[in-house]
Design a binder for this molecule. Structure first.
Ligand code: NAD
Ligand code: DGY
Length: 324
């Protein structure tokens, strides 16, 4: 008999078919308590769980006593209670690598659009304000050859450094838990402590996961250390930044501008002060959102679940130690 799984995300038809070849699939809209109750029998017997963005905590796991593997269509897994999964020896699979280059492209888009005020001035053109030669009130600031500081030199940080170094001639500073010899050798990236990075960078780019350690890592004191001309970019996770402190730093001119793909609360509330600041480019968490990459992530998550339920955890597994 095929193992049963819960699918809580719409997938392309061919991937849905691939899942159905291996598993008995129950598709649900989300993992809200009402949904779980409505499909109680399917949750009670499911050995696998596949989807993205929803919270998977100890309360949900209690409803899934047979669960052996979860597969998220994302690289970040801060929405999972990993300790609770480990305690039950449930595997957690994720999708690193397939999205790295696309997310690095998005970060460069934020760097360029916030520095050159692309969104703001394009809006002025559409509003009919381009009626004569433009003056300095339409100008931005240069990106090329400015110093880029990268906080979190992992897969995406490295792909960002490559773009900034080879494409824009930017000196790279980075902060991470360990020295990154590849980044140092290929891009002459210079390791520095967080405070030095904040003080010396023209662009401060955050690509950190959300953990207990990184929660509100960047707050009032950190914005105060940045240059007044600094542009702050966050494409890691919203809660790594104290958003009230960010708003204050932007309003008080402590930093020049911000490019943001992630927020403390998503979707960003429509009354967020960030939305009324002209020096903010706000995106709806689209780091990996291209047709190609979202397909590849979904395909990777499907393969990951098939592998995990067959005991294969050589790649893309967050907690391989739970088997054996
Ligand atoms: N905006 C988006 O759509 C989007 C897309 C993909 C990933 N992300 C986020 O980006 C994160 C990074 O992805 P990745 O594939 O590069 O992961 P990764 O694991 O390769 O890199 C993360 C890096 O952060 C470092 N790090 C962790 N804690 C740190 C700390 N306290 N101080 C300094 N460095 C620390 C790690 O050592 C690692 O080098 C993901 O966890 C996710 O939250 C966002
Ligand atoms: O972590 C990721 O893969 C992205 O943020 C999408 O959720």
């Amino acid at each position: 008999m095929k193992p049963s799984i819960i699918l809580y995300k719409a997938l392309p038809d061919d991937l849905q078919q691939r899942l159905a070849e291996h598993f008995t699939v129950t598709q649900v809209a989300n993992l809200k308590p009402e949904t779980v109750q409505q499909h109680a029998e399917a949750f009670a017997t499911a050995q696998g769980l596949l989807g993205s963005s929803e919270t998977v905590d100890a309360v949900l796991l209690e409803k899934m006593p047979q669960l052996r593997a979860t597969s998220t269509v994302s690289v970040g897994y801060d929405n999972f209670d990993v300790d609770a999964l480990n305690a039950r020896k449930i595997l957690l699979m994720h999708t690193p690598t397939v999205l790295t280059e696309t997310v690095a492209d998005t970060i460069m888009a934020l760097v360029l659009s916030s520095a050159r005020r692309v969104v703001e001035v394009a809006g002025r053109v559409k509003a009919g304000e381009w009626t004569s030669g433009i003056g300095a009130d339409w100008f931005g600031v240069d990106v090329h050859h400015k110093t880029m500081g990268i906080i979190g030199m992992g897969r995406i940080g490295l792909a960002l450094a490559q773009r900034a170094h080879f494409g824009f001639g930017m000196p790279i500073l980075y902060n991470a838990r360990h020295h990154h010899t590849e980044a140092e050798a290929r891009f002459q990236a210079r390791y520095c402590d967080l405070n030095t990075l904040l003080k010396e960078s023209d662009f401060v780019c955050l690509v950190l996961p959300l953990t207990e350690e990184t929660h509100h890592l960047i707050g009032k004191a950190q914005f105060a250390m940045m240059k007044k001309s600094a542009i702050f970019v966050n494409a890691g996770r919203g809660p790594v930044v104290d958003e009230n402190a960010l708003v204050e730093a932007l309003q008080n001119g402590e930093i020049h501008a911000a490019g943001l793909d992630v927020f403390e609360k998503e979707p960003l509330p429509v009354d967020s002060p960030l939305l009324s600041l002209p020096n903010v480019v706000a995106l709806p968490h689209i780091g990996s959102a291209t047709h190609e990459t979202r397909y590849n992530m979904a395909a990777c998550a499907v393969d990951n679940l098939i592998d995990a339920l067959n005991g294969k955890v050589e790649k893309n597994c967050v907690n391989p130690q739970v088997v054996g």
